[in-house]
Design a protein around this ligand. Sequence first.
Ligand code: ADP
Ligand code: ASP
Ligand code: MG
Length: 406
Amino acid sequence: MSIVVQKYGGSSVADVTRIRQVAERVMRTRCEGHEVVVVVSAMGETTDELLALAKQVSPNPERRELDMLLTAGERISMALLSMAIRELGGDAISFTGSQSGIITNDRHVDARIVEVRPFRVQDELARGRIVVIAGYQGVSYRREVTTLGRGGSDTTAVAMAAALGADYCEICSDVSGVYTADPRVVPDARRIGELSYEEAQELAEAGAKVLNAQAVEFAKEKGIAIYARATSSPLPGDDPSADGTVVRRHPPRMPGAVVGVASERDTILLELDGTAEPAGPQPPAVDELLALLDAHGVAGKQLHLAGGRLTLVISRENLHAEARVREALARRFGGGVRLHDDLGAVSVVGAGINASFENLRRGSRALEDGGLPPRAVATSSFRVTWMIERRSVDDAVRVLHGTFLP
Ligand code: ADP
Ligand code: ASP
Ligand code: MG
């Protein structure tokens, strides 16, 4: 029998009615003769609510305790969905991440999956059961409960699909696939039928929430095709790529073509002036700064170091003890480190778009002409990213979409 892994996001299980609808979709899949593994997110905004609750008790909550708290969200939805499936006559059993064999490293709050040991899941499938798994969570080798970073249920689903040798992995959400921009921001954004792993990963890293970056990385490594579609969509027929977006290895499109625009609103641009320090490839201040960020579990991207000056961009998504990090930075570096927190990042993504500087120049010009002067620019082989005043991020997305994907 073929195995299908389906992941349902928070909005798809936000209330009892929607949980019942998901249960019906799962049952229809089962009735088509598949073995079904379902991965669920926490109901609606539960994860945000739990985080807000933690902040009321402690402005700098311990990462371990946050994980104990946040994993409760998915535990609620897994049990309710399992009950709803049983009400429809299905035979379902729910498992936490730990019970389903998701083994991670011990970096709390944004742990990485290192191994999946899906023995209990396989046993239950062999008994004919539908297995419902709490997404976004695992257990470390030290038997500590961990979470996989915001949006991490996608990663659970892909990792489980790979470990089980599933036929396909569906990521079901409130949008019918990956669009050329967030359809909430750009109403005329278009659905992208097919994406390569690299394009999807860059879009996700640039802030397109619909797919999680680590999930795409995992899919690429294991050669798993991801089908992103709406929970309300019909079940896939013989050709599961007929609707939504399929992410898989596929021949490159026209080099230099922009596939999408993505943005991340909540970022901090960190600047270190280490020029007062002794010269060298990595002045001591830089080394100390990076060690301090690592010690606080802060992840940075777009790091640039030249002549003792360093800049990097910190995403606030998995940063939950910002005040403590700021204090530590001020104590060690005083005015030597500056944090700009009035900025967001807007990116255009596509293979080969930086073969020349044309796209960069075109985008910068469009932003200037639109009265949205960028404060910084960075490139990688698949992406150009402009740092823009946070309140103008959505306008910048619309300007860049209009320019590159009219
Ligand atoms: P789920 O709870 O199902 O995981 P998410 O909220 O994580 O859903 O992701 C779905 C949301 O991602 C959509 O509601 C949409 O607003 C947003 N989004 C951002 N960028 C894109 C994009 N390029 N294509 C589709 N949706 C996007
Ligand atoms: N519930 C978690 C979050 O809100 C994980 C997920 O939805 O994928 O980030
Ligand atoms: Mg998500």
